[in-house]
Design a protein around this ligand. Structure first.
Ligand code: RIB
Ligand code: CA
Length: 312
């Protein structure tokens, strides 16, 4: 029986690889894609999600636009990483299909309520604005989900958009605080593990070598989005963030972590958006998240290449 999943996402090249991998995986039933403002404004994240389902030949998967700004404060975007379109790199055609009329937050609520409790996994790849609003509007949803598997936060690797905050949590710290306090079962794929998953030249070449349009597109995406990080970190490859979420759902044995308490800083000017993970258990705060600390990078890329190779 395939696992039912819903994406909440701000595509973004790395979001794209996460979504394409899921669309290629028979173990997963992607019920829908909810878009959020993050890497680029909502209109572009939605356009990109539509282009991705078309690239994958999966027009059966609905795209529901969600929130166009964080709960509080201005939207912070990341065109410096992802380009003006948010999906720079491949030359993907304009989507033929359009987005759904139902707001993404309402799609989340209605879909979770329409399915048996504990059967839907929410895969969050961007700022948590939609998720927080869904939990606020429908408090029963948090406990009804099987779990949330999200890319966000950092402890050992500290911040990537500020010295202390990871981008997804930084864009909407209030939303992240609501989600981590919701009681939902949460698995976090933070920079601590995504920084181990580096897209080296050889790994990008493996996508090109697939010879299908999706593999060629993924190679072009990663070749574009790596630029900023290679300059910033000086590593042999840029970290690949969001596909860690899909890989964790497909093959959790690739990863290792522990249950910890996570709180989100919202008040400090200096550390706003920081995920304060009590990794060493020095407080008695409740353990509200499974924090992934490490992963098998070779196994991760083997999985991605295998699944992308199954697409058109
Ligand atoms: O910090 C990495 C996260 O920010 C990823 O989800 C990437 O897509 C960007 O949204
Ligand atoms: Ca993202």
């Amino acid at each position: 029986m395939p696992q039912s999943v819903i994406f909440d996402t701000d595509p973004g090249q790395d979001d794209a690889v996460a979504i394409l991998t899921a669309l290629a995986s028979p173990e997963l039933d992607v019920l829908g894609i909810v878009t959020v403002a993050g890497n680029i404004p909502l209109s572009l994240t939605t356009r990109n999600a539509l282009r991705l389902v078309e690239l994958a030949g999966r027009l059966d998967v609905p795209v529901h636009p969600g929130c166009d700004r964080p709960l509080r404060g201005p939207l912070v975007t990341a065109e410096h990483v992802h380009g003006a379109t948010g999906l720079d790199g491949p030359d993907l055609p304009e989507p033929n299909a359009g987005p759904q009329a139902l707001h993404g937050v309402d799609f989340l609520i209605e879909t979770v309520r329409a399915n048996p409790p504990g059967t839907i996994r929410l895969l969050a790849l961007g700022p948590l604005t939609n998720v927080a609003l869904a939990f606020s509007k429908a408090p029963d949803v948090a406990a009804r989900l099987q779990d949330i598997v999200l890319m966000g936060g950092a402890y050992f690797e500290v911040g990537n958009i500020t010295p202390t905050a990871e981008f997804n949590l930084y864009v909407d710290p209030e939303a992240a605080a609501i989600v981590f306090a919701s009681g939902a079962r949460i698995t976090v794929l933070p920079l601590d593990v995504t920084h181990q998953m580096r897209s080296t030249k050889a790994r990008i070449a493996a996508f090109s070598a697939l010879g299908n349009r999706s593999g060629t597109a993924v190679a072009a995406m990663l070749s574009f989005s790596e630029g900023f990080d290679l300059t910033k970190y000086g590593w042999d490859g840029a970290p690949l963030h969001d596909p860690c979420v899909t890989a964790f759902v497909l093959k959790p044995e690739l990863f290792d972590g522990r249950s910890v308490n996570v709180e989100i800083e919202t008040g400090s000017r200096l550390t706003r958006g920081m995920s304060v993970a009590d990794f060493w258990g020095v407080t008695d705060r409740p353990k509200n998240a499974f924090w992934v600390r490490s992963g098998d990078a070779d196994g991760f890329y083997e999985l991605l290449v295998d699944r992308i190779g199954r697409l058109p």
